[in-house]
Design a protein around this ligand. Structure first.
Ligand SMILES: Cc1ncc(COP(=O)(O)O)c(C=O)c1O
Length: 378
């Protein structure tokens, strides 16, 4: 394999729930969940069974033909938006969902885009152009022209940047890769008003916040808005590669036959896994449970020495640490058998599967506390 990921610290062999075992048999608690992707944990019986059943029936068809899993999933996603006008384009990843959003925005006849500094929207050239992180962008310039980045959460800056020539504004409901940055209440509502006033599409990138992680299907709902486009991936396939670009209202008609496509998007097995995932989330009432578990984690982590702030919502949490020690804390957690991610030097990000138990939460907090006592204490 190429060295774009660096050398992985652990080789994983198997998993069950949020427990995973490495190739030497050491057990870890996976508090990262494949970066917000294995949302119902590893080896979930309902997902395993849906995949097995579908793989014995129909594993792939070209997009010349229809198949039931994709149709049922599109119907389900439409219901989840609560908007009958929603139309779905299936792809394989978050970057591809955002590429599709970019293409749909070009169909408005306009080309300019406004995105947020620090935002992450993917690594392909179009999605990278939307991404607001210089370290990821700069080595690959020139990127797509006409993309402007504004400070996240700053309504005035957004208002100044969006003009009648803006095709789309793309925002994460919470910036995940940037270290779980939560905007002020009312930000997405203001973004909706600004976009509507200027005729720009509002694209909500729910790739990381979506699928119930923050207590809502997509993460914008408590702002009472209807976006023009929603992008999802990561948890959608319950661990299988699947993304979707959901367009609403008039935007839903902008992609005409032949204007976009992909071989694997909405693959029957991935779609069947997604249907099982959504069904399990509903049956387990995980959306409201995630809010409770998230509050428990935040309350327990906040008083720990060295922790300056705990950000996030539901089970997307950023633990902000003093003195740029996030990588040290992440390495110490790994040694003690916990998988997390240092989103940057200051922030540990956790995004465990929704099946995480209170007991597992307590053991994580206890290890976190011990490590911080060692690093920051006396
Ligand atoms: C908000 C957001 N958008 C897009 C992406 C890109 O998704 P993918 O890695 O599936 O291309 C990510 C991945 O972390 C993300 O967090």
């Amino acid at each position: 394999m190429q060295s774009n990921y660096g050398t992985p610290s652990v080789g994983l062999a198997r998993g069950k729930g949020i427990e995973v075992w490495d190739v030497e048999g050491k057990k870890y608690l996976d508090f990262l969940g494949g970066i917000a992707t294995n949302i119902l944990g590893h080896n979930n019986p309902a997902i395993v069974s849906a995949i097995a059943k579908q793989s014995k029936t129909l594993s792939h068809v070209s997009n010349f033909y229809a198949h039931e899993p994709a149709l049922l999933l599109a119907q389900k996603l439409k219901e989840m938006t609560g908007d009958d006008s929603a139309r779905i384009f299936f792809c394989n990843s978050g970057a591809e969902a955002n590429e599709a959003a970019l293409k749909i925005s070009r169909r408005t006849g306009k080309k300019r885009v406004v995105a947020a500094s620090g935002a992450f929207h993917g690594r392909t050239m179009g999605a990278l152009s939307l991404t607001g992180q210089p370290s990821k962008r700069d080595p690959f310039k020139p990127l797509l022209p006409g993309v402007r980045h504004v400070p996240y959460g700053d309504i005035k800056a957004l208002r100044r940047a969006v003009t009648k020539r803006t095709a789309m504004v793309i925002l994460e409901p919470i910036m995940g890769e940037a270290g779980v940055v939560v905007p002020p209440a009312g930000y997405l509502k203001a973004a909706r008003e600004i976009c509507s006033a200027k005729g720009a599409l509002l694209v909500i990138d729910a790739v990381q916040t979506g699928m119930g992680r923050t207590g809502q299907w997509f993460g914008y709902e408590d702002e009472g808005i209807i976006p023009d486009v929603i992008t999802v991936a990561k948890g959608l396939g319950g661990g299988l590669p699947l993304g979707a670009m959901i367009a609403l209202g008039k935007t839903a008609d902008l992609l005409t036959p032949g204007s976009h496509g992909t071989t694997f998007g909405g693959n029957p097995i991935a779609a069947a896994a997604a249907l099982a995932t959504i069904d399990e989330i509903e049956k387990g009432r995980y959306m409201s449970l995630n809010l409770v578990k998230g509050a428990l984690l935040r309350n327990l982590l906040s008083p720990i020495i060295g922790v300056t702030k705990v950000r996030g919502k539901g089970l997307l949490i950023g633990i902000v640490l003093k003195d740029s020690k996030a990588k040290d804390v992440a390495a110490a957690l790994l040694k003690r058998g916990f998988l997390v991610n240092a989103a940057n030097d200051e922030v540990i990000r956790i995004a465990p599967a929704y099946v995480v138990s209170d007991r597992q939460i307590m053991s994580f907090v206890s290890a976190f506390n011990d490590i911080c006592e060692e690093i920051y204490g006396g």
